[in-house]
Design a protein around this ligand. Sequence first.
Ligand code: ZN
Ligand code: FE
Length: 283
Amino acid sequence: MKWDGHTHSEFCPHGSGEDTELFIRSAIKQGMTDYSITEHAPLPPDFLARCAGAQKAIDTAGISINDVEPYLNKMNKLKQKYRSQLNIHIGFEVDYLSDYENWTRDFLNEYGLYSDHSILSLHFLPGSGGYRAIDYSAEDYQQGIVSFYGSFQFAQEAYFGMMRHLVKSDLGIYKPTRIGHMTLCRKFKNYFTKEDTGFSAKTEQLIDYFLNEVVIGEYALDYNTSGMFKDWCREPYPPDKLTSLAVKKQIPLVFGSDAHFSKDVGRGYERFERWSAPDTQNS
Ligand code: ZN
Ligand code: FE
């Protein structure tokens, strides 16, 4: 099995706009057997009104509610068209928003039946002026999150505190069973040259709680390689130290390129393969 479990489509407002068919053809060329299309689910309008910071980050975070059905229809057509060459799975990358669990549960109840499996990710945290996107730009992260919490470490602790809520949240029977890029708070870590961007004792404890909840809830983790190619990050989500912990706890990892461009499908797969070779699991 060779599976890219996290990719986007032409419906993504911050994507390349290329036809999803190009992504699929690339996956087939690379010998993938399975391919998940996990488009950003819509965000509650009331939530968007309470966001601050870079307007573009807010406006392009998810697809419009009017695009949900066209998205599902188009992806289902592609799934049928390519069914002899690739197992295409259709779903969403759903945002965890602690104040909007009911809204999210309603969305999942409405569309869960029409999707195969989805990812639950954290892209927003309370910050300066309201909710802030955490993955838009280094400057926006610095202004909205790091300065709000006081340091990179405090921000990281706030992120993992919220990740625990994410795992434990009741989003109903269609709650996604995989958790997206579990260390997205590290996307801009190399920008903070004067700060400690490692893992404080408190962060390590929060991560341990988080991973234990992942085990209890029988979730899988997105082994997301996109961070490896970001200038300020240069590590996968999660980095080796945490991947090793997850492997020890026998948490299933699913490779995800998080491709928003067709050229990025399957990117970094060899890094993921290291973790499936039995003799590297304890290193
Ligand atoms: Zn995206
Ligand atoms: Fe994401």
